[in-house]
Ligand binder design. Structure first.
Ligand code: SAM
Length: 410
């Protein structure tokens, strides 16, 4: 497809949020995710006349609008005559999780992918989520599920999340599939004013899920005659303990707790180091150390000589009439002359050798894969893991009509 054809195809989708449907060409008012580096992705709305500033240079939005998603955009850096690069990406739920403004701890993709699989979520699922927090999981749920009913009791957070969902076209009122409700679910439960929830799955990321669990028994909250699954996300084992108790007391079965520890392994080449390399580098280090000591000794000698010279001049002024001291002075002068010679010598102090290539870390750098050296392929685990490790407690039940009359019901 030509760029023009791609452009016209994506015009049809212009009104739809990029979270809901794919498009090819960046258009004005699109929310794009700008990939600056692996740890730095920025959400930006494209506007003609505006600039995106990075430490690598300034990128006018006009240079991005009209380009296919995924493009690399270059700009000349301000100081050196070099180029800075960014990549312009279409928002996805996973990329949003990496770039969203954090208002709370969030659920990362390692956990959310496992949670969605275990809860068997799909287009026919209706899921209850509490609390909404920063909306990280909500975006993933909105893409997968038929309906997302999310609850948040912090008013400001709830409003901010609602605004983001609106901008991303996720709200039911804008033909999306997500409803956000400002509610304390531990005290007021999940009941919506105008309809039953009929949820097929529940996800609770709350400090006290055990207070919310009894409210799931209220008629109309869970789907009847169908296996419904719940997942509670808790960072502490004490919370898990209380949650297990509440689940059992409220008729949940198949209770199981798991912990996800997602780690990325990076594949790279590592230089092959031999015993000779080690011996050479030790010799090199010793030579440079000896040269350093020699230089320092000469410097110290020079300082001492200059100090002696200065004190001699002072003595000369103070005691110019004393004969016995004159003799001493002559000696000092003698040594002064000698010292001057030495000073001259120190000025030609040995040059420190430039560090050679050091395969053990220090010294000048060699580009990975340089054909002058031997390399082996290795895998390394990422140093910083972007995952908020929590315990995931799963359970399931088939909604029991008898429970509608229990004291916990509303
Ligand atoms: C850790 S955050 C949830 C993060 C979210 N899962 C995400 O991925 O962005 C927990 C949220 O639950 C909300 N919360 C705590 N207790 C609540 C309650 N009783 N009812 C509703 N929301 C509650 C908090 O205000 C907070 O925003």
């Amino acid at each position: 497809m030509t760029t023009e054809a791609l452009h016209s195809a994506s015009t049809d989708l212009a009104s739809k949020s990029t979270f809901q449907s794919y498009k090819d060409i960046v258009q004005e008012n699109d929310l794009v995710l700008i990939w600056i580096s692996r740890d730095h992705i920025k959400p930006v709305v494209m506007k003609h006349g505006e600039n995106f500033n990075t430490r690598y240079g300034t990128f006018p939005h006009t240079s991005i609008i009209g380009k296919p998603y995924g493009s690399q955009i270059a700009t000349r850096t301000a100081k050196a005559n070099k180029f800075g690069f960014i990549h312009v990406l279409q928002p996805t739920a996973e990329l949003w999780t990496l770039s969203l403004p954090h208002r709370t701890q969030i659920v990362y993709t390692y956990d959310s992918s496992y949670i969605m699989n275990r809860l068997r979520l799909g287009p026919n699922s209706t899921i209850i989520e509490a609390g909404t927090g920063s909306g990280s999981l909500s975006h993933q749920l909105a893409r997968t599920c038929g309906k997302v009913l999310t609850y948040e009791f912090h008013e400001v957070r709830c409003e901010q999340a609602k605004q983001e969902f609106k901008e991303h076209g996720l709200l039911e009122e804008d033909n999306g599939n997500l409803v956000i409700t400002h509610r304390d679910v531990c005290n007021e439960g999940f009941k919506l004013n105008d309809r039953d929830c009929e949820a097929s799955a529940v996800f609770l990321d709350l400090p006290a899920p055990w207070d919310a669990i009894p409210h799931l028994n209220t008629q109309g909250i869970l789907k009847k005659n169908e296996k419904v699954s719940v997942c509670c996300f808790s960072p502490c084992f004490e919370q898990v303990d209380k949650t297990l108790k509440a689940l059992k007391e409220n008729g949940w079965q198949e209770i199981e707790m798991v912990e996800i520890q997602g780690k990325n392994f990076e594949s790279r080449r590592q230089m092959v180091r031999t015993l000779d390399d080690a011996i050479n580098i030790l010799k090199d280090q010793k030579e440079r150390k000896d040269a350093g000591i020699e230089k320092r000794n000469k410097m110290n000698k020079k300082i001492l000589t200059e100090a002696a010279k200065n004190s001699k001049t002072e003595n000369q002024t103070e005691n110019s009439a004393t004969t016995s001291k004159d003799e001493t002075k002559a000696e000092v002068e003698g040594s002064g002359t000698e010292a001057d010679k030495q000073t001259d010598a120190t000025e030609q102090s040995p040059q420190l050798k430039k560090p050679k290539f050091n395969p053990f870390g220090k010294g000048f750098k060699v580009k990975e894969g340089d054909l002058n050296y031997n390399w082996i392929q290795v895998s390394k685990m990422e140093s910083e893991i972007k995952s908020h490790t929590s315990y995931l407690t799963f359970a399931s039940k088939i909604y029991d009509m008898k429970r509608e009359t229990e004291p916990n019901d509303q």
